[in-house]
Design a protein around this ligand. Sequence first.
Ligand SMILES: Nc1ncnc2c1ncn2[C@@H]1O[C@H](COP(=O)(O)OP(=O)(O)O)[C@@H](O)[C@H]1O
Ligand SMILES: [Mg+2]
Length: 252
Amino acid sequence: MIAIRNLSHRIGGATILDEVSLDIPRGGITAIIGPNGAGKSTLMGLAARLIPLQDGRVEIDGQDIARTPTEELARRLAIVTQRVGVASRLRVGDLVGFGRWPHHRGRPGPADHAAVEHALEAFDLTALRHRFLDELSGGQNQRAFIAMGLAQETEWLLLDEPLNNLDMFHARRLMARIHALSRAGGRSVVMVVHDINYAAAWADHVVALKDGRLDFEGAPREVLTGARLSALFGMEIAVEEIRGRPTVLHHA
Ligand SMILES: Nc1ncnc2c1ncn2[C@@H]1O[C@H](COP(=O)(O)OP(=O)(O)O)[C@@H](O)[C@H]1O
Ligand SMILES: [Mg+2]
């Protein structure tokens, strides 16, 4: 479980997160939803200690991240952020290989090579492994970064908007892959997702943030209602049950 307690974050005079407390269950997929600027990326960045904690606590499986050595944290948790600027003259295979760094620290062995192969294959990247990142489409680039996170083989995988840029085929494939990891693989995945229908279809738990506060959380079937979503996004949103799950009709 990731236990978040009274997490607040300020930048300049602005409150970005305000006393957020929540438990992210171990195993399964937790979807974080909410409007742009709600604080979703900040919450994930704080939980992964990419951003230094100001106020509050985060415990990962009982361990306070403020006191966890960096290398140990990297073996427990991988995070793939929204597009970060990286050297574009890097090859796909090398990028995915970086995910193994916390395990081998410069001397990759057979298990590291196997994990890289597996991650490349899982995201349809084997044929692209020698390409430079700046020779990829947006979606291919996105998949390469997610493959790097997967190759890290951590209990926790945090993905910030992993579906961005993906076509329907690759979006569904990514969700199926993540779902399999969270089931057979026993891994715990936390992802920021904007298309609520993906959260409804695949997530075990939904967390909604609004204006830096926890707005609601719970099982998709229970919390993804028209009333809640309309209030969250400040627009009228119709939800219908299709094939037993909430489906948002938001395009018009
Ligand atoms: N480094 C930063 N400097 C100033 N403001 C920031 C910074 N990072 C985030 N913010 C602001 O904090 C708020 C929350 O951002 P973010 O966590 O990225 O939201 P979300 O991921 O939900 O869209 C936004 O208003 C954003 O502009
Ligand atoms: Mg964000």
